[in-house]
Design a protein. Sequence first.
Length: 308
Amino acid sequence: MKDFSNKVAVITGAGSGMGRYLAILLAKAGANIAACEINQSTLAETIAMLANYPVKVSSHILDIADKAAIEALPEQVITEHGCVDLVFNNAGVAVDSSFEDMPEDDWDWVFNINLQAVINSSRAFLPHLKQRPEAALINTSSIFGMIALERQSVYHTAKFAVRGFTESLVKEMKGSSVQIHCVHPGHIGTNIVTNARINKSEESANSMQRLVGKALGLGNSQEELAAFFRNNGMHASRASQIILNGVCKNRSRIMVGTDAKLMDLCQRLTPNHYEMLFPFFTLPLTLLRNKKPIKGLPVEGNVETVKA
Ligand SMILES: NC(=O)c1ccc[n+]([C@@H]2O[C@H](COP(=O)([O-])OP(=O)(O)OC[C@H]3O[C@@H](n4cnc5c(N)ncnc54)[C@H](O)[C@@H]3O)[C@@H](O)[C@H]2O)c1
């Protein structure tokens, strides 16, 4: 796929982070947008930003964990836009908890959004994508679909599975008009920690905090951690641009960020002890970003939501 001009793109989780900037950068490139989100107010902000571009935009409020809502989505998009060329299964959530202390409800929440919704959406949209001369299905996994840390068992379970599912589809769709992509971001400065469920009933600090927080003198609150996470990762607009470049170059595996690439390298070099190598580059990278924040790409009407 050489460009996105006049294509119709469905994006889940379009109210924040990478989903918002995928929508904006695609609109900037001339694509029409079907923006999907559970959060009405953040989606309205994205829609306001999209109004700066001369493309057709439709807004779809839905919970992607609702199978019936996902099954109804292709028809709604086709009614609005006439066809669908690109589907970004981007929306995701996180829980920070040991497996033993994790409420089953939290497990199901992450599992249904991060994995089952990706599968249901792929099943619902693939027949429509196959009718287009060139199309793409883009599923977001994570670097946490390649390496595993403590207290992230459900996130890893979902993201490893998204990777396996998507890589299998890459092979099944070879020779068809549908490109299949699996996205593996490293640390991107979004609202994912703000929206995460952190198991506060446990005494120990959570894993993300242990990785970087103590060295930087962070407190214990979710708000502090979320603000730190958002302010010190790669800007979501840059991550989204890398994803779109990967789609244009038909890269089935799209790695986003130096940290993701280095973590992947570590797990190849030392499959049993890779996490011991991470502080040698995650901390310097974080300190570097802290010292010299990397600005977002220029887009029209930026109204960043600051939640914490
Ligand atoms: N931020 C990172 O460092 C990072 C790293 C690796 C992978 N990822 C993945 O990237 C994707 C995008 O996350 P982000 O970092 O931009 O987070 P974000 O929290 O900024 O955005 C996620 C969006 O998904 C929406 N969403 C959540 N549950 C939903 C549901 N049930 N139905 C519809 N929409 C829903 C949220 O409201 C939010 O707008 C996720 O799949 C995440 O797991 C993020």
